[in-house]
Design a protein around this ligand. Structure first.
Ligand code: ADP
Ligand code: MG
Length: 562
């Protein structure tokens, strides 16, 4: 169908009540309507759903929407049904349906009533469903949260790997992939796995100019630091992310005894409590949710004013997604993360139980988190570079919105050093990771260097005047400036880019800053905060008990539930 034949603005208004498309929506919609494979990369909240919902509503046939979470599908179906007088306009097909319900869904599809059919990937692979879907006209298949296809994404789902096969069985239907994951590697995986190298690709900017990024070293006083931060943001909504359920409970309690209205949220709580705590947060009965990553998928509270990471997350994507829940309304959003290398080691230890391939991916992603935390360059520039996006730190939107830019370190000229680094990369046949380059410069040997001894010889020990930390900082900055490229698939081997080759020939000024030197600290003792604010163990226990009673009374549940 020709998109030009449809008055898209009229349809937009008719179905959704919106006067205008947001961002790239209109182009995406046109691409889908014209029957082309389409790939959409937009940050969370960017309006991806409408990109396939509108075409589904105006095209003949039924669109299949693959989505990983039943809750997300149900929300969308309810929303679509509310736009129409026909309940059958959207359905979810899943294993919990009764025979009668399945019959109704099939009838609505056959009658041409159903425009959107939501399915979980595991349901779509069921032969019974595929056979049926093969007999009805399908307008297109949309794969929401398409990053689930990639092991390099933050939410890998093996079932997503089979989607291409199933879709092929449905005949020649266009495929639409949608994701909020912006890393080039994940995008490449998606296109490859869905076998649509020719897809029309639409990528929106991932810059969130209203978010302020800050990293603080994690010290024993982290809890009192958080309390102070929240007090400075009195009455504002915020989320605190912790890695373990235990930590979530502990922090929630420490906040409560300090008079901050906070509730815990994690998968270990029963569904009823979780729903209750979520509602309390949305309805502003409490200011703070202390949560594991179980909290957030599909949560749309526009005025979250801060997101605190008590523990640094395991990848920059998780960090971006989680911090992204702040300032959805465009207002203030303070993203504060506590970092200590000990936490990184804990995460590594945790990963070491996993299969080797998964481990290596995990370590590679973790190294990016380390680099982001330790760098003293523009955090926004670093983050956007990780997502394959260039950012001008002088003129870009939100350029001054991070701790590093607000409190800049002294810059020093490093032109010659950059040339040296680039030459090492070039002359060692581009087989080195940062570690080998740094070792070569500081005169250390490892197995990889031994294997390229002759190539590395001219540079061996020539950078001894600086320590490893200095060279690491420089390499990180050289990467972000695009003179080197890191191949994440090979777990970090560095390659010279054309821009880097040019730099060797015609070096220009390169001002660098040293990385942060965060003191190593630990946070083993969580009660420290309460103690340091002058509360004894006994008093603390008593306070907790009273508080539990109070909260329980408010929730109408027995005290042991909270
Ligand atoms: P994503 O899936 O990209 O995270 P959603 O599809 O959930 O984003 O949309 C985010 C929000 O943007 C929703 O509240 C939606 O109603 C709103 N929205 C989408 N398109 C438009 C538009 N054209 N005009 C105004 N609001 C829109
Ligand atoms: Mg979405």
């Amino acid at each position: 169908m020709k998109a030009t034949e449809i008055d898209l603005h009229k349809e937009l208004k008719k179905y959704f009540g919106f006067n205008n498309f947001k961002g790239l929506q209109e182009d995406v919609v046109r691409s889908i309507i014209s029957g082309q494979n389409t790939f959409v990369i937009m940050p969370t909240g960017g309006g991806k759903s409408l990109c396939y919902q509108l075409p589904a509503l105006v095209l003949p046939g039924t669109a299949i929407v693959v989505s990983p979470l039943i809750a997300l599908m149900k929300n969308q179906v309810d929303a679509i049904r509310s736009l129409s007088s026909e309940t059958g306009i959207a359905h979810v097909l899943n294993s919990s349906l009764t025979k009668t319900e399945i019959a109704q869904v099939k009838k609505d599809i056959t009658d041409g009533v159903t425009k959107l059919l939501y399915v979980a990937p595991e349901s779509l692979t069921k032969e019974e469903y595929t056979q049926f879907l093969n007999t009805v006209p399908i307008s297109f298949v949309a794969i929401d949260e398409a990053h689930c296809i990639s092991e390099w994404g933050h939410d890998f789902r093996p079932e997503y790997r089979n989607l291409r096969n199933i879709i092929s069985q449905l005949g020649d239907v266009p495929i639409i992939g949608l994701t909020a994951t912006a890393t080039p590697k994940v995008q490449e995986d998606i296109l490859k796995n869905l076998d649509m190298p020719d897809a029309n690709t639409f990528k929106a900017s991932f810059n969130r100019p209203n978010l302020y990024y800050e990293i603080r070293p994690k010290q024993k006083t982290v809890e009192s630091d958080i309390i102070r931060f929240i007090r400075q943001h009195k009455g504002k909504s915020g989320v605190i992310y912790c890695l373990s359920r235990k930590k979530v409970e502990e922090i929630a309690q420490v906040l409560q005894v300090n008079g901050i209205s906070a509730v815990p949220y994690h998968a270990g709580l029963d569904a009823k409590t979780r729903a209750k705590h979520q509602d309390m947060f949305l309805m502003e009965d409490v200011d703070v949710v202390v949560a594991t990553i179980a909290f957030g998928m599909g949560i749309d509270k526009p005025d979250v004013r801060f997101v605190i990471h008590h523990d640094i997350p395991k990848s920059l994507e998780s960090y971006y997604q989680e911090t992204g829940r702040a300032g959805r309304d465009g207002g203030e959003g303070h993203c504060l993360a506590y970092y200590s290398y000990k936490d990184i080691e804990k995460l590594e230890k945790f990963m070491s139980g996993k299969p080797v391939a998964e481990q290596e991916i995990g370590f590679a992603l973790l190294q990016e988190v380390v680099a982001y935390a330790e760098t003293s360059m523009s955090r926004r520039k670093f983050l956007l570079h990780y997502f394959g996006e260039e950012f001008d730190e002088e003129t870009g939107e939100g350029a001054d919105m991070d701790d590093n830019v607000r409190n800049p370190k002294k810059k020093t000229e490093a032109k010659e050093q950059v040339v040296t680094v680039l030459e090492v990369v070039r002359d060692t046949k581009q087989l080195y990771k940062s570690k080998e380059i740094i070792f070569t410069l500081t005169g250390k040997i490892n197995a990889v260097i031994k294997a390229h001894r002759t190539d590395a010889q001219p540079f061996f020990g020539t950078g001894k005047d600086f320590d490893e930390k200095h060279w690491m900082a420089l390499i990180r900055q050289v990467l972000v400036e695009g003179y080197l490229d890191k191949d994440i698939e090979t777990y970090g081997i560095l390659k010279l880019t054309p821009k880097g080759e040019e730099f060797i020939k015609n070096p220009v000024s390169f001002l660098m800053t040293e990385d942060h030197n965060y003191e190593e600290t630990d946070d083993e003792n969580t009660v420290t905060a309460a103690k340091s604010s002058g509360v004894s163990d006994e008093v603390l226990a008593g306070m907790l008990k009273d508080l539990r009673k109070k909260v329980a009374k408010k929730l109408g549940v027995p005290p042991f539930v909270v």
